[in-house]
Design a protein around this ligand. Structure first.
Ligand code: PLP
Length: 368
């Protein structure tokens, strides 16, 4: 099988897996009082310091390890959306782990505003700034869209928001950004930032949350006071070490030729949602009058694994993010191709040809 669904998850790298297995052998509970445990505890603190340094965290900031990015995102929202007399702003392009909790809070009577997207899936910045006022307490904007690869310029956005209202807390979901775009959390002036190991060749079950000002954050898992008291529960030591290894091994790839190799082959009618302002490892394409899901399965039968959009959302009957930027004729024909570092140009050319065949087969089947 040739794998083109790296935005859904990635293969664990050999180095990360090795680190996981080695760390698993040191099985002691980090909170116990003997030396073996103390050593693990120190190693976790070393990993925390590494993440803060690598992401250029602010001096007083912290980074906590969580079980998944969904947990990090949920924790930020439940910490920040607390008053009904305040206003909370989200981009319409948020991942479901941000969007769904926000939607629930809106239904419960909180003043939640979703800001619309531009045609490539990035936030409409003018509409965003128009919404910021004295009542605004919190804004969440995904850094790189998991659907289209659109990059939101968090640095500029954060500066502008804080010029209008310096008290606004800003969160960004950086799950699809790390390893793809530069991240400097301090200069971005961001208050919260989410990353996840399994999107960068690390294991599943471990993620992180950057908190610029720990004094403005409350515990969200209460118990044994691990993770500086914010997130109780015995630390996932092997996961944390494997996550650290995954980040240490990150190298930026240029996938523009791979993207072009696929596009060069296509002759069916489609809209390319991912323009040149998007990261080049994600391609969102919408074919006219076909079903993306059927294309996915035809390609699967030919040995290619792709996505139709966010896999966390694959049960939804339509794609929420694309539905706001693509017209209905094309919406159901959405597919998402996302590259990993093992991709070859030849695989891309073959995938492009197979997509044409799949679209043709779909049209033939449905015209019978
Ligand atoms: N945020 C983004 C942008 C994602 O792409 C994903 C995964 O699809 C998540 C959050 C959720 O990540 P996790 O699987 O670690 O909960």
């Amino acid at each position: 099988m040739r794998y083109f669904d790296n935005a859904a998850t990635t293969r664990v790298s050999e180095a990360s897996l090795k680190a996981y297995i080695n760390a698993s052998e040191t099985f002691y509970n980090p909170s116990s009082l003997y030396k073996q445990s103390g050593d693990i505890k120190n190693r976790i603190e070393e990993a925390r310091a590494f993440f803060l340094k690598t992401l250029h965290g602010d001096k007083k900031s912290t980074f906590i390890f969580t079980g998944c990015a969904t947990e990090s995102n949920n924790a930020v929202i439940s910490n920040c959306v607390v008053r009904k007399d305040k206003k909370y702003i989200f981009s319409a392009g948020e991942h479901s782990s941000v969007y769904e909790p926000a939607k629930k809070l809106q239904e419960a009577g909180y003043n939640i505003v979703f800001v619309p997207l531009k045609s490539n899936g990035s936030i409409d910045e003018d509409k965003l700034y128009h919404e910021i006022d004295d009542k605004t307490a919190f804004v969440s904007i995904i850094h790189v869209s998991n659907e289209t690869g659109a990059i939101n310029d968090i640095l500029t956005i954060t500066r502008k928001i804080k010029t209008i209202n310096p008290n606004v807390l800003i969160h960004s979901d950086g799950v699809q950004a790390i390893g793809k775009v530069d991240i400097n959390l301090k200069s971005m002036g961001i208050d919260f930032y989410t990353i996840s190991a399994h999107k960068i060749n690390g294991p599943k079950g471990v993620a992180g949350l950057y908190i610029a000002n720990p004094n403005k954050f409350k515990s969200f898992l209460i118990g044994g006071e691990q993770e500086n008291g914010f997130r109780s529960g015995t630390e996932n030591y092997p996961g944390i070490i494997a996550f650290e290894t995954a980040v240490k091994k990150l190298t930026k790839h240029d996938y523009s030729e791979n993207k072009q190799a696929i596009l060069n082959e296509l002759n069916a009618e489609y809209i390319l949602v991912s323009d040149d302002k998007c990261v080049d490892n994600i391609i969102s394409l919408c074919f006219k009058k076909v079903r993306g899901e059927t294309i996915l399965h035809i390609l699967e039968s030919k040995g290619f694994l792709i996505g139709t959009g966010s896999s966390c959302n694959s049960k939804a009957s339509f794609n929420r993010v694309l539905s706001s930027i693509v017209n209905k004729e094309y919406l159901y024909g959405a597919i998402r191709i996302s590259f990993g570092d093992d991709v070859t140009l030849e695989d891309c050319r073959e995938l492009g040809k197979e997509i044409n065949n799949a679209v043709r087969e779909y049209i033939k089947r449905t015209n019978k």
